[in-house]
Structures are given as C-alpha cells and as structure tokens.
Ligand binder design. Structure first.
Ligand code: PMP
Length: 457
C-alpha cells in the first residue's frame, strides 16, 4: 500500500480500540452542511456521509422533537405495547407512499429492513402454498446491506468465497448501465437486455422457485447513480407480475427525497413495486430508522394466515419514530423535494461543465441530488485510471485537504468504473452548491495534476 495515499474509507477497518491506519479528521461539531474538526478546520459534507444526512447536521427542530419524545416515552416494545409516535409515523409514511403501501414495518437501518422485506416475501410464499419460492435475483453489481442475508442478496462476485457453503447468494443479472455500455449498446438496449435476462433467469431457475427481484431503482453505492430508462421499470414490473415474483425496490439511498420525489418509485407512477424499503434519509442521521412498506392486501393476507412473526428489540423505537416525524415536518417546511430538484440541477450543470474542462471526468449522471462523477484516464475509450494510481485514495486525501467530505467508490475492481458521489444534504442553498462545485473543481485539478505527473494523461 502506498504510504502517500493510504486507503481511506471503502474498506476501512471498522473496529475501535487501536489507532486508525490513516488519520481521519476528528470532528468536533457540525451544523447544516458543514463539519469542524477539533483543530477548527471546516469541511463540507458533499455526500451526506453515505447519503444519510438529508437535513444537514444538528437541526434544532429535529433535536427538540427527539428530546421531547425521549423525556415523555423513551421505549415501548411493539409486541406488547404501542406508542403514538410509531402509529403516527407509520400512518404518515404510508399516506405519502400512496395506494399499495398501507402497511409499514420499521427497522433500525437499511440492512435490517432489507432482511425484513426478504423474510416477509418468504413467509408470504410459505403461507400461500408456494414453499419452493426461495431464490432472490438482484443486479450485478448491487449492494443491499451488510447483514448476512442482505449481503448475500447483493450482486458482488468478490464475496463468493465468503458465502460458499455459508449462505446462498442471489442469482444476478447484469445491471442496466448508461455509460459503460457494450459495443453498439444504448442505455435503452442495455436496460432491455437486463430485463430479458431477468425473464430468462426466472424461466431457467423455474418460476416456482423464484421469490423476489431486488433492485435499487436509482443506483447508489454499487453503480454510482445509474438511472435506468423508464421502459426498464415497466418491463420488470410486467415480468415479475407474470411469474408471481415479488418486486422489491431498495430505496435506502434513492429514497427520502434524494432524487426529488420522496419515494423514488414515484418517478414511474405506472409502476408499483410490491415492497419498498426506505432507510438512510428517514432518520437523516439523527436516529437509526428504516421502513419496509407493503400493501394491505399482502400484509393482511399474511396476518390472517400466519402473521409476520419477526421483530427486533428496537423496531419502531418511539424516539426514532419521533425523529422520523420531525424529519418529515422539516421536509414539508423547507420544501426539500423541490430543493433537491433545484439544487440538483445546479450541481449537475456545474459538473457537466467540469466534464468539458477536466480530462478526468468521463461521465456525470444521477437524478435530483443523487449525482455521481465517473473518472477515466481516456474519455474516448472510457479506460479507467490504472489501479496502481490509486485514484480514489488520492481523491479522498485531496478532498480532505480541501475541506470536502466525499464518498468515492469503485465496484468489481473498477469493472463498473471509479466514481464519487455528489449528494450534499437536501437543505443546501444556491451558495452552497457554488462552493461545493468550486471545491470539486480544485479537487479534480489536483488529481489531474497527479495523473499528468504519473504520465497517465
Ligand atoms: N441498501 C442500499 C441500497 C444501501 O446503499 C445500503 C447502505 N449503503 C443498505 C441497503 C444498507 O443500509 P444500512 O447501512 O442502513 O444498513
């Protein structure tokens, strides 16, 4: 490992108790889209952590609601007692989701909520004489969480040795792509090929064995904000319906207003998934909170037959639900979905300009305030920067120096590109987006200079 640019983030060890391998800033406080470390240096939160901090930091209204709830009723175990905050929150979320999402199940994070969605589908299959349905289909690449089941449900080939003999990984189909296309492909034909592969895979496995197709409608940390064309969603809905397969939208990243509608599914109003998972932005960093939404038809059928018998001690925690409600109040008060569209458009325009001026920027993509910038060594061939250059580590290190916290990633050893997310808190102002763009321009200049020095450009 290069000592000049040691790895930061991505595969960072997450144990505490010994000194970190690389010095990360020790944050002392935060407000809005900014952090300050213990030395007083300012950083802009340009990706909301891992697309979590939708409201920015230390929002006084959320903190007050949290504290009021904690002082009034801190905990009630949902199996034996109810709390007003979880009932009110469930009602509000399901009303926002609209028809087909009348029932809500809460969890502490995206991974748990994905587990819950898979358990719900499996229990429904068992209760309705479809016991052979147990296979999950997902995209290659994809990421759906870090519990054993949610990790196995994602499409990541490098994990095969981990899961071999331990748990069954999902069957994967190639994700629709919009930039790293095969020769002669367009985004539309790539999406059509993915949809065809979904149907072929269901047929090859035997439809009676397939439980669910799990996808992020807008790519997050696996593909870097790929937005498939609308026809893809119509096609996969039709395929799942014809084969009796649950269609699950994982909106852990693209939900909670990030793409300009609170539920990403609402971008395609004619396509209704069977289950939606919302996570990160729901609690917005203030409390561990995620939700799985299903139809009354599915949930009540299951309730009549066997019930959905899995829960966690911290499901529907009253304080988390009070935070969730306060976050929704802030979304309304500040009109954050509209802001996500407005500021997202400003960021996109600025990033597109950088694509013209910076030799390293191959692609800018995304929806609303979920944007990604993909780096390349050669725009014409789309060749990625050599692994030895450690582009993402350089990027993270220069970003910290410039006072920018960014989320940079590659999947499948760079097979799907190297990119960083531009996804600041949805409360960002016009001045904030200008400042973020200015720092990103300086960041890309620095990495481009490194690449010139390394004779890569
Ligand atoms: N699904 C997706 C699409 C995600 O990006 C993530 C987290 N990056 C998860 C699920 C898991 O969420 P959590 O980290 O809250 O468990």
């Amino acid at each position: 490992m290069s000592t000049e640019f040691p790895e930061i983030g991505g595969t960072q060890d997450v144990f505490y108790g010994r000194p970190p391998a690389v010095p990360l800033p020790m944050m002392a406080r935060a407000e809005g889209i900014r952090f300050w470390d213990e030395a007083g240096k300012e950083y802009i939160d340009a990706s909301s952590g891992p697309m979590v901090s939708a409201l920015g930091h230390c929002n006084p209204n959320v903190v007050a609601a949290m504290s009021r709830q904690a002082l009034r009723l801190d905990y009630a175990y949902p199996q034996i007692a109810r709390s007003r905050s979880n009932l009110d929150y469930a009602a509000r979320l399901s009303a926002m989701a609209g028809p087909g999402f009348e029932r809500v199940n809460f969890a502490s994070g995206g991974s748990e909520a994905i587990d819950n969605a898979l358990k719900f589908a499996r229990q429904y299959a068992l209760a309705t004489n479809q016991a052979s349905r147990r296979r999950i289909i997902s995209l290659d690449p994809s990421y759906h969480g870090a519990t054993i089941a949610s990790l196995a449900a994602g499409g990541n080939d490098t994990l095969r040795p981990f899961f071999d003999g331990f748990a069954v990984m999902a069957q994967t189909i190639r994700a629709p792509v919009t930039y790293r296309l095969n020769p002669g492909e367009t985004p539309e034909s790539s999406a059509a090929a993915s949809a065809r592969e979904l149907e072929d895979t269901i047929v090859a496995l035997g439809p009676e064995t397939v439980l669910a197709f799990l996808i992020e409608p807008v790519g997050g940390v696996s593909t870097g904000a790929v937005v498939p064309p609308a026809g893809f969603f119509t096609a996969i809905r039709d395929i799942c319906t014809r084969h009796g397969v649950f269609l699950i939208f994982d909106e852990a990243i693209c939900g909670a207003g990030r793409t300009g509608t609170f539920f990403a599914a609402h971008h395609w109003p004619d396509v209704r998934p069977d289950i939606i998972v919302q996570a990160k932005g729901l609690g917005a960093g203030y409390a561990p909170l995620a939700a799985m939404l299903v139809s009354a038809t599915h949930a009540d059928t299951l309730a009549r037959l066997t019930g959905f018998n899995f829960s966690y001690s911290y499901n529907a925690n009253p304080v988390s639900c009070a935070v969730g409600l306060a976050v929704l109040d802030e979304f309304d008060r500040l009109d954050l979905c509209a802001n996500a569209i407005r500021r997202g458009a400003e960021l996109r325009t600025g990033l597109e300009a950088l694509k013209e001026s910076c030799p390293l920027v191959g692609d800018v993509r995304g929806l609303g305030m979920l944007l990604a910038v993909e780096l390349v060594a050669d725009k014409a061939t789309k060749a990625p920067l050599q692994q030895e250059f450690r582009a993402l580590d350089r990027l993270r290190r220069h970003a910290l120096d410039l006072g920018l916290l960014i989320y940079a990633r590659e999947t499948a050893g760079g097979r799907f590109g190297q990119w960083f997310m531009v996804a600041p808190p949805l409360v960002a102002t016009h001045e904030d987006t200008d400042l973020i763009l200015e720092r990103i321009a300086r960041l890309l200049d620095r990495v481009a200079s490194d690449a010139v020095a390394a004779r890569l450009l």
